[in-house]
Ligand binder design. Structure first.
Ligand code: BEZ
Length: 388
C-alpha cells in the first residue's frame, strides 16, 4: 500500500472509531525540548532543573498526560548570542511539542521569541525576565519560577525595615537589573535610599574594585544578585575583604541556593528572600526532598523545585487534553487553571502566567537556607504592559 492510501485508510479507521487524527497523535511519544545550561556559570542550575523535571516524570511512570516522554536536549551555555540557533534545533529540527527552558533571562527572551513565532508551548522553569510575563506576555508562555521583580521586591521590603541606605551590585543584564529594580522599589517605598548601583558584565567575577568602592562608601547595607559559581566567588571575596562583619549583605535567595557548600564559612548566616526555603512544614516538600535525595544523592534547591513544577504544570495541562498537545486552546486553558501543589507551597498562575506565591526569609546555616519567616504572602508580579 502506498503512503497516501495508508494515511487515507488510517483516517477512515479513526473516523469509524470516533477519534480525530490529532487524537491519534496523542498515542505517540511526547517530545520535550530541554534547553538549559549544562556548562558555564549556571551549569549546576540547569542540571538541578533537569533533575527536578525528570523526577516528576519518573514519579508519573515516565508519562505525562498518558504519553511516554522523549527528551531532546540542548546545552544553551547561558549564551544569548547562540540562543536563536539553539532553540531552532529543538523547534525546527527536532519538532518538539513543548519547549522547557531556561535559566538565563537573555537566553529566555530569545527562546520565547521563537516560541511565539512558531506558536510552540514554552514553560520557563527559571529565567525571570520581567517582560516575559509583562510587556511580552503571550498565551503560549508559562512560568513556574518567578519574575525578577518578585524576589527583589520581597528582599527590599525586609531590608527597608532595618536599613536606610544601600549599595547594589550585580551582573549587567536583564536579571541583575530587574532584581535591583524590584529591590529599589520596595526599599525606597519603605523610606530607604539606594545610593549607588554598581554593575559588571556577565559572567565576570573580578569583584575587587567594587569591594574597594563599597568599603569607601560605607552604606548601611549591600544588596547583590549573583547565582551559581559567580555567587560563591562573590560571597567569599566579600568576607575576605573584611566586609562581612561591617556591612550586612543581602540578596535574593539565588545567591545562596545550591552554593553554600562552595562558600564555606563565608556564606554562613547570610539572610536572603526566596519562594523556597529548607525546612518548610509541608508534606509535599518532605516527599519531594526524600525522592530527590534517593535519586540524586544530594539535597534539592530552588531550581530543582522549579523544574519539578514545570513537569507538574505540563502534566496537569496534558491530562486535561488526554495527552493531545495539538489541542492548543484547551491545553492553554487547562494550564491557566492549574493549581500546583508545589514543594514551595501551593501556587496558582496570574493572568500573565506567572506564579502568585509566598516569599520566605531564610538564613544560611550549614548547607541549608533555613526558613525564618514569610516576608510577603501571595506576591503577584505587577505584569506591567501585559495585555492578556
Ligand atoms: C536569570 O537570568 O533570570 C536568572 C539566572 C539565575 C538565577 C535567577 C535568575
Amino acid at each position: 500500500m502506498n503512503r497516501t492510501r495508508l494515511v487515507v485508510r488510517l483516517v477512515a479507521m479513526l473516523a469509524v472509531a470516533g477519534a480525530s487524527p490529532a487524537q491519534a497523535q496523542a498515542t505517540g511519544k511526547l517530545k520535550i525540548g530541554l534547553m538549559l545550561p549544562s556548562t558555564g556559570t549556571y551549569a549546576a542550575l540547569g542540571n538541578a532543573i533537569t533533575n527536578g523535571f525528570k523526577q516528576y516524570v519518573a514519579e508519573s511512570g515516565g508519562k505525562l498526560g498518558g504519553r511516554e516522554v522523549e527528551y531532546f536536549v540542548v546545552d544553551d551555555e547561558s549564551d544569548p548570542a547562540k540562543a536563536t540557533e539553539n532553540v531552532d534545533k529543538l523547534v525546527k529540527r527536532d519538532q518538539v511539542d513543548v519547549l522547557v527552558g531556561t535559566v538565563h533571562s537573555g537566553v529566555a527572551l530569545a527562546m520565547a521569541k521563537v516560541a511565539r513565532e512558531t506558536n510552540t508551548l514554552m514553560i520557563d522553569p527559571n529565567a525571570g525576565a520581567d517582560e516575559l510575563t509583562g510587556l511580552l506576555c503571550a498565551p503560549n508562555f508559562f512560568r513556574t519560577s518567578f519574575s525578577n521583580w518578585q524576589p527583589g521586591y520581597a528582599m527590599g521590603e525586609y531590608v527597608g525595615r532595618k536599613h536606610k541606605s544601600a549599595v547594589t551590585l550585580t551582573w549587567k543584564y536583564a536579571a541583575g537589573q530587574q532584581m535591583v529594580d524590584g529591590f529599589k522599589e520596595a526599599f525606597e517605598k519603605a523610606g530607604g535610599k539606594v545610593i549607588k548601583e554598581l554593575t559588571l558584565p556577565f559572567p565576570n567575577v573580578e569583584f575587587q574594585p567594587f569591594l574597594t568602592e563599597i568599603a569607601a562608601i560605607k552604606p548601611e547595607a549591600v544588596y547583590v544578585f549573583f547565582a551559581g559559581g559567580g555567587a560563591a566567588k562573590f560571597v567569599k571575596d566579600y568576607a575576605a575583604a573584611g566586609l562581612k562583619n561591617s556591612i550586612p549583605l543581602y540578596g535574593p535567595g539565588f545567591v545562596t541556593d545550591g552554593t553554600l557548600e562552595a562558600m564555606g564559612d563565608a556564606g554562613q548566616g547570610l539572610v536572603t528572600a526566596l519562594h523556597y526555603a529548607d525546612g518548610l512544614d509541608n508534606a509535599k516538600d518532605k516527599a519531594f526532598r526524600a525522592g530527590y535525595m534517593k535519586s540524586y544523592q544530594s539535597p534539592p534547591d530552588v531550581y530543582a523545585v522549579q523544574g519539578y513544577d514545570a513537569a507538574q504544570l505540563l502534566g496537569a495541562g496534558l491530562a486535561a487534553v488526554k495527552g493531545d498537545a495539538s489541542r492548543k486552546d484547551d491545553l492553554i486553558k487547562a494550564l491557566e487553571a492549574a493549581k500546583i501543589e508545589s514543594p514551595r507551597g501551593p501556587f496558582s498562575l496570574s493572568r500573565a502566567h506567572n506564579p502568585v506565591q509566598d516569599f520566605y526569609l531564610r538564613k544560611a546555616d550549614g548547607r541549608e537556607n533555613k526558613m525564618v519567616d514569610t516576608v510577603v504572602k501571595g506576591l503577584a508580579d505587577p505584569a506591567r504592559g501585559c495585555k492578556m
